[in-house]
Design a binder for this molecule. Sequence first.
Ligand SMILES: [Zn+2]
Length: 693
Amino acid sequence: MTTRPVHAVPRVATGPVMLDPGNFTPYYIDGLCGAFHRLGVDIRVISAPPLFEPVDPGGQYQVEHCFFPLLGGRVGGLLRHRTRLRQMVKALGYPSGLWRTWRALRHRPPSVLHVQWALVPLLDGLLARALKARGWRIVHTVHDPLPGPTRPFSSRHHRWFLSCADALIVHTPALAQQVVSAYPDAAGRVKVIPHGGVPQPLPSETDRVRARQRLGLEEGRPVLLLFGMLKPYKGLDDLLAAMPAILSRFPRCLLVVAGEALMSLSPIMELIERLGLRDSVVLRPTFVPQEEVASYFTAADLVVVPYREIAASGVVVAAQGYGRAVVVTRVGGLPEFVEPDSCGLVVPPRDPKALAAAVCRALGDPEELTRMGYRAWTRIAQDHDWMDVARQTRALYDAVKREPGPVSAGRTLMFVGAHPDDESFGPGGTLAKYAADGVRVVYACATRGEAGDVGADGQALGQRRWAELECAAAALGLATVIHLGYRDSGMPGSPDNRHPNALVAAPLDRVARDIVVAIRQVRPQVVITFDPIGGYHHPDHVVVHRATVRAFEQAGLPEHCPDLGTPFRSTKLYYWVPSRTMLRLGVRALRLVGRDPSRAGRNRDVDLASVAAVDFPVHARIRLSGRVVARRQAASTCHRSQLGPTGTTRRAAWILSRYVGGTDLFTLAQPRPRIGLSEVDLFEGVTPVKDVS
Ligand SMILES: [Zn+2]
């Protein structure tokens, strides 16, 4: 006996989306997305035009400027040095940027939105929640978890934003601890993934000499480098205050400061004058283009990072990629970049004396300085390479996609049907409702609907209808669609009945076995299928009903086909039953337009009159909000091939569903319902279990 594979069709055809609204960390994004590209992950970046030079994605990922497109042109140039004004323009333009992002993503199959920076957490949270309701998962990198008046954790809005993230990334274990102690709800969702770096070819002594020539630095002097945008918290004044002590030991020492100044420089100039450092400091307060970055790090003997506060630092990682030792302050996660591999020295922040001592110690032992640099380079090359970081990030994306959302953690609902469209024309409202509530909703579909149009090429139609199903699944917010591997049998008497792979031709045990596999893989607490007459006597629906009833029992039996996966006992089995009121209205409507209700449907093969005459007990009534009904409508319109001009019945059903279809009805089959049972939630009495697979 061979086991037929269940084809889990990944509906998420598109890759994750990276969000950096302010274009704060273009090189970080470039490193990560470039590595994703090499891993074969298709990634899209939503950002803003660059303030300085653009980073060329080199065709490795797509960038869309949904935010502040205005800043790309001449306006951007004008605003570059007017920080206040630029921030005002950004604040005003932020909502429309989010709106553009929402418009760009809302109709895409759900994937992972990786938020690098949440600039207005209240609005970011709205976007994240709206996307989550459509099946998206949210990952957020907490670049800055430090407490403080302007810091994320002091803000209620930020906590609100964080509460909807499926996973939070931080760069070091200490930062993870900080996040959890400031925001205990994050426990269990925080993941440490290092800040990636690029191991460069290790510069030789000749490279160093050349780099100094290129930068016009005098040869033979020990060079300290402070690199990156100048902001008050970067501690340049602390380093300047340390310089006299350093110069007393190394009189020819030269401090090179390179990076755009985003603060007033006059106090710095004054300090340089006052301390008599004019010949010992080279101040280059302009933006450093990418091709010059290498020269600066290559020219340096020691990189100094005297920050007063920060979480993690791209400058440290960049320096290490060039094999340069660093002196850092004990703030945020910085010590963890240095201490574990002894690739630099750590000093307290705001302590020029300690800083001077550390710099002197490093410069005083050139051999150890080289060794520290080499260990730094090894650290990047071995553990912090972007490829490694991208792999870990991808694994996290996969994990959050598998994991149910925090709202309904551990809850899974599976519908077993026969054709693409059974979900939308059937219990689609209920599926959409639970998906919106955060339940993982899966549709296991037996066939691709190859017989849905008399006389059409079955295979081509099957492909077309499967694409329609994927469209509908996105509209409903389903997590996955599974094909059970059969072929549409058509209505009784049609030649499709006799196709070797036709569902009606398959032994019932085989169909049940395929559903057992699906149940054991998906592990739903609640299973929905057709009623005993398959809704309207469609033979495929009836087969699915019978096979699902059997599989529901068998999936939980340890002795039943242990080779088909770990046994899983679902809690409840429901039959979706079309509303009799609706059916009777439909019968009347057809009679009104002079049609025979016993020969309804596109192919005149649905006996609506006889269906309306059969009743099933109703144990659960699921009320659908207007939003959910609209979603079901949107899903229905995906099934274009089934909504042809002759589809009067379906169009009538469509109109009816719009106005009277606000409740889905279900018969409880398992466990046996007590008399008078009247539920309003299919998960009543179901305890969410943690998926152990
Ligand atoms: Zn069907």
